[in-house]
Every structure is written in C-alpha cells, then in structure tokens.
Design a protein around this ligand. Structure first.
Ligand SMILES: [Mn+2]
Length: 140
C-alpha cells in the first residue's frame, strides 16, 4: 500500500499525464509545492515499488499498477469534492479539505460516500431538504 505522500505523487503524476501526456519532475514539484529534489527522491522510490518507470533523461511512465491506483486516487479526490459540494461546503474550502481527508478513509467509506452522493444527485428535493436544515441551523 502506498503511503499518503506516495498517494499524492501518484495522483498528481496521473493527472499530469492525463492533461499533458507527460509528467516532468519540475511539473510535479510545482503541482505539489515541493522542491524538485524531493520529487526525484520520491520518483525513485515509486520506481523501486513498481508504480512507475523513471529514466533520468527520458522522463517517467506509470506502470499498469501505477495507472490502476492513480485512476482510483483521482476518482477518490473527485468524489470527495463532489460530496463537499453537494452538502454545501464553500467552494474556497473544498480543495484543501479534500487534500486533508482523502488519505484517511477506507475504500469501504469511499464506496458508501459514492452512494450518498448518488442519493443526493438523483433527486434535487433531497438537496433542498438538506438546505432547509442548514438554514435552520444557521439561524440558531
Ligand atoms: Mn488530492
């Protein structure tokens, strides 16, 4: 199992490759707000653990294992953003809140949150009912 830090790297590498077709050390460093030397170290570890293949002058590619987990990590991040959005969390808080919780939930909890998001999205009256409660709570 990757550590939370490894998960952050795999997630960002997956995103970069999806968006640009490649992931450079400098782009990863920028996306994660870390020093390029930290990226190089982590990329070597991810290579050793077979999440990716790193060649100094040719860049890096995710292995099948790296792609599979990367896809799940990106899905998890997006699902948690959807959850916070649907329950009315302010847009300005959503990204950082998700970064704070995403590594600490079981896949069981993620699947159940998927059900909950679906529960709200299937019927707008459910979101409205939640808003009524929130308005009451705000008034108290
Ligand atoms: Mn994330």
């Amino acid at each position: 199992m990757p550590t939370p830090s490894m998960e952050d790297y795999i997630e960002q590498i997956y995103n970069l490759i999806e968006e640009k077709g490649y992931a450079r050390v400098s782009d990863i460093a920028e996306a994660l707000s870390v020093h390029p030397s930290s990226v190089t170290k982590m990329v070597q570890k991810l290579d050793k653990d077979e999440y990716l293949v790193y060649e100094k002058y040719r860049g890096l590619v995710l292995t099948a294992k790296g792609k599979k987990i990367g896809k799940r990590l990106v899905y998890r991040h997006e699902l948690l953003e959807q959850l916070l959005r649907v329950i009315g969390v302010k847009e300005e808080n959503i990204y950082q809140d998700v970064e704070g919780i995403e590594h600490h939930l079981s896949w069981d909890a993620i699947d159940r949150i998927g059900d909950l998001v679906q529960f709200f999205e299937e019927d707008a009256s459910r979101i409205e009912a939640l808003k009524v409660i929130q308005q009451k709570n705000e008034e108290e």
